[in-house]
Ligand binder design. Sequence first.
Ligand SMILES: *Cc1c(COP(=O)(O)O)cnc(C)c1O
Length: 376
Amino acid sequence: MVPIQMVDLKRQYLKIKSEVDKAIHETLDATAFINGKAVGDFALELGEYLQSEHVIPCANGTDALQIAMMALELQPGDEVITPSFTYIATTEVMALLRLKPVFVDVDPITFCLNPEEVRKAITPRTKAIVPVHLYGQAADMQSVMAIAKEFGLYVIEDNAQAIGATIDMGSEGIRKTGTIGHIGCTSFFPSKNLGCFGDGGALMTNDGELARKIKMIANHGQSKRYYHDVVGCNSRLDTIQAAILRIKLRYLDEYNQSRRMAAANYNKSFEGIKSLTTPKTALGNIHVFHQYTMILEQVDRDGLVEYLASEGVPSMIYYPVPAHRQKMFSFLNLPDVDLPVTDWLTERVVSLPIHTELDQDQQELIIESVKSFVQQ
Ligand SMILES: *Cc1c(COP(=O)(O)O)cnc(C)c1O
C-alpha cells in the first residue's frame, strides 16, 4: 500500500504531470515571470467558474484578507466580528491593521460562525463580519448577509478552505462560496482544494469600484506607473503559479467530487458509533471537504492520534488553540470572552486524511484503525 498522508500532492501531480510541465516550460520560455499572460487568463477563468465579476490574484490567502480589509478602508479600532475557531490568518491580519477582532462562537454542527452570536456582538463600532467557510462548508450566509444589511456592515468571506463549495441563497439561487459577501478571499496554498506549487491567493468581488481599489492596493497603491495614490503592498501571483492553476482549475470539480466520495465512505463506515460525530452537511450546501473532521466524545484523543500513527495513519487537530486563546491576542485583554462551543470543539475535534488520491485500501485501513481504537 502507498503510505497514507494527510494530503498526497505527489500522486495528484503525477496524474497531470505532462500538462503541468508543459505549462511551466512555456512560462520559462516566455520569461514573463511577473504579470505574464497566464495571470490574467487564470483570473478570468476563475471568475467564470465562480460566477464572480472580478477576480484579483495576489500572493497568498493571508494577503487577500489584509487587502480586503484595506480596500474597505477599515480603520484602527474598528470592530470586526469573526470566529475564533479558524486558522490564525483570518484574524492575524486584523491585528496587523490594528482592527479589533470580536470573536464569536460557532455552530457545533457546521463548525462555522453562529449568526445569533454575530447579532449579539454588534456594537456602534462594528464595521465588518468575516465568516470562514471552515473545512470546506459554507457558513450560514443567508443569515450573515441579512444581519450585515440590517446593520450596514461589510462582509468579507474567508473562502480559503472551500473553493468550489456552494450554498442555497434562497431567492438569490445557488451560489459559490466566496462570491456572496462584498469581498471573498481565497488561498492557493498547495494543500488547499485548488492549490498551486508555492504560494498564491485571490480576491473576488462583484463591485467594480472595489475591484479597482483592490488591484491598486495589491500593486503598491499605484494608479498609474510610479504614481502611488494610497498605501498598498506588493502582492502578486507568479506567472508560473497562474499557469499551474489554470490547469488545476479544470480538475477542481473532479477533485472536490473525490473528496466528497471519500467523506461519504467515512460517514457510512462510522455510522452508529456513539463516540464519533461525523461531519454534517447543512441542507442546500455542497461541502468540498477540505478537511474531514469528526467530534470525539469520551475518546482519549491523544491516545487515538498516537494509535493511528502506529498503524501508519496520520491525523491532525485543526486547530489545537483557538484564536482568542493565542498569545498573539493578549494585547486585546479578552478575559470576558466566553466561547463555550469553540472551547468544547477544540478539545474534541480530529481530522482524518482526505484528499484526491485516497485509495479504497488506504481508506479501509484508516477506518478499521479508528474503529478498533474507539470500540475497544
Ligand atoms: C490557508 C488559510 C488562510 C491563509 O492562506 P495562505 O495562502 O496560507 O496565506 C486563511 N484562512 C484560512 C481559513 C485558511 O485555511
